[in-house]
Design a protein around this ligand. Structure first.
Ligand code: ZN
Length: 423
């Protein structure tokens, strides 16, 4: 037995030992100690799943590798003594379950051998992702099956003072830094993320998934609290009629009806004006829109939910889209390089509807954004827009219950952060 194989034999034994205890030992709540004054604790824990892909491990050895560039399913198996007729049968058996040509470079694979003189390859395993793996039985009876590792969902809390970039503050507190992105989305209309100050604080109750201890997928924020000076802004996740949203304690949506601009990052190159000098037509003319300059190809976003009323071309507008949001408001986006929606299509706020271009009467790449209110064009930057829908009366009682529970959890997380002993 060579050194590498010995290591895997020990590995296999460890896996065996772990799988044996997983369902009998209560691992207790998972605690992570983090630097004061940040605080993270899992409040709900499900035991880790057993490893070894559900293959009984006694009498087997595992060799784990990664798919290398250029290696194919056939090569990998034939290099371990499996003949092409068997490879062929396995490929056919896998049809509809897994296409072996879809194996990706870098993904983990495992060879499972009998731990005896024969040292025969019994199973080949390909890990599609952290959760899913495909097991090929390489000896009679040949077979293919897809296995899934258990996803461990837990609710955790973190309370972190802002010291610099929120991303780093969360990371240092042991929480998923991805949460900073989610917070920016939740508070997009109520907190200016460029003005967050040192000493402000975020407290979160969030759900995250782990597979074998590794973070998996996107976390979900259940409740968030932003404190800045005396101002406290809570956000509670709530679902009504299959629609999920974040609401303040009064049940108002934190989302405004419209995005501030149709581009994520842009510069206003020309504002709304009843009279301005037109750069192409060389004469004074009203400019009933706001121009946002951005590079060619920048995604243009629908500023609100609605239906595409027009998606077409005119000499002046170039390629353009007009969205009808409700009985009162419509928005129009001009000079696109490419239109990515069709007339009659329903779009959601933030959906990409086209790409920045300079078609029609335009000197350079930009979006001319036009806001229509009751059929006439208005300066959207001077309008006061209503909030998105609040919690409906029918769901009010349930919201009050859930919000008060989440509020208590935020209070507790916040309180614990204060109570921690400073050494
Ligand atoms: Zn314009």
């Amino acid at each position: 037995m060579n050194k590498g194989r010995k290591a895997w034999a020990i590995g296999a034994l460890t896996v065996l030992a772990i799988s044996a205890v997983v369902f009998t030992v209560d691992l207790g709540p998972r605690m992570e100690y983090v630097p004061e004054p940040a605080f993270v604790q899992a409040v709900d824990t499900i035991p880790d799943p057993p490893g070894a892909y559900g293959i009984p491990m006694s009498g087997f050895l595992i060799e784990q590798e990664h798919v290398r560039k250029g290696s194919t399913f056939g090569d990998l198996l034939s290099a371990h003594g499996i003949g092409y007729p068997v490879v062929d049968s396995l490929v056919r058996l896998a049809e509809g379950v897994f296409d072996v040509k879809r194996m990706q470079v870098g993904r983990p694979i495992a060879f499972v051998f009998t731990d005896d003189e024969a040292h025969e390859l019994r199973y080949f395993v390909y890990e599609v992702d952290l959760v899913e793996h495909v097991v090929f039985s390489t000896q009679a009876p040949l077979g293919v099956r897809v296995g899934r590792r258990e996803i461990d969902t837990q609710v955790a809390q973190v309370s972190v003072p802002v010291t610099g970039a929120l991303y780093n503050d969360l990371d240092q507190a042991g929480a998923d830094p991805m949460l900073s992105m989610l917070l920016a989305e939740i508070y997009a209309w109520t907190v200016d993320f460029y003005r967050i100050q040192k000493g402000d604080r975020f407290t979160l109750i969030f759900e995250e998934q782990r597979v074998d201890g590794q973070r998996y997928g996107r976390p979900k924020i259940l409740a968030a609290r932003y404190e800045s000076g005396d101002a406290v802004r809570d956000a509670y996740f709530f679902e009504q009629d299959d629609q999920a949203d974040y609401f303040d304690p009064e049940g108002n949506s934190l989302r405004k009806a419209f995005l501030q601009a149709p581009l994520k990052f842009s510069r206003i190159s020309s504002g709304f004006s009843r009279r301005r000098f037109h750069p192409v037509q060389k004469r004074f003319k009203a400019h009933l829109g706001t121009d946002y300059a951005a590079p060619y190809g920048t995604p243009i976003l629908a500023v609100g939910d609605g239906v595409v009323e027009k998606a077409g071309y005119t000499g002046g507008n170039g390629k353009y889209v007009k969205i009808r949001h409700n009985g009162t408001y419509s928005t129009q986006y001009l000079h696109m390089r490419k239109i990515l929606v069709n007339q009659g299509q329903r779009v959601a706020q933030g959906d990409v509807i086209g790409e920045v271009g300079s078609t029609g009467l335009a000197t350079g790449p930009h979006v001319c954004f036009r806001f229509w209110k009751n059929g006439s064009q208005v300066d959207h930057r001077r309008e006061e827009f209503p909030s998105a829908e609040p919690v409906a009366t029918a769901h009010r009682a349930r919201f009050v219950r859930e919000a008060s529970r989440l509020m208590a959890e935020l209070d507790e997380a916040r309180h614990r952060a204060d109570q921690r002993v400073v050494f």
